[in-house]
Design a protein around this ligand. Structure first.
Ligand code: AMP
Ligand code: ZN
Length: 109
């Protein structure tokens, strides 16, 4: 737990954020500034700065993030209409919160 990290605080239940889904390893919550009718963030509880910081032992958590995105798309009813999942990497890639998170956006007409 990094005490100055927003997503560590959210994942540690310190911000009162409502979780759409939670497992031992990750949490899912709504993005505060949604880019689409459905915009979820899928976030490992363990602090990892971003994609560049992944190591071989992180294979399991990365798989879980992606399989959870698949499940959340279904739960939110966008699995057939379509959606995007993406990681922003470092400032030039649009990353603003330096705790790994997978975006899921969809729900357009
Ligand atoms: P990124 O730009 O990839 O680092 O994404 C960070 C995302 O976190 C942005 O889409 C923000 O809108 C979102 N965000 C920032 N603070 C919060 C918060 N307190 N609760 C939910 N989402 C947040
Ligand atoms: Zn963190």
């Amino acid at each position: 737990m990094h005490s100055d990290c927003l997503f560590c605080k959210i994942a540690g239940n310190e911000m009162g954020t409502e979780f759409i889904h939670e497992t031992a390893e990750l949490v899912v919550f709504k993005d505060i500034k949604p880019l689409a009718p459905v915009h979820l963030l899928i976030v490992p509880k363990r602090h990892i700065r971003g994609i560049n910081d992944l190591v071989d032992d992180d294979r399991a958590i990365i798989s879980e993030l992606i399989l959870t995105a698949r499940d959340m798309a279904k739960k939110m009813g966008v699995e057939r209409s379509g959606y995007r999942i993406f990681f922003n990497v470092e400032k030039g890639g649009g990353q603003e919160v330096f705790h790994l998170h997978l975006h899921l956006i969809g729900g357009w007409e």
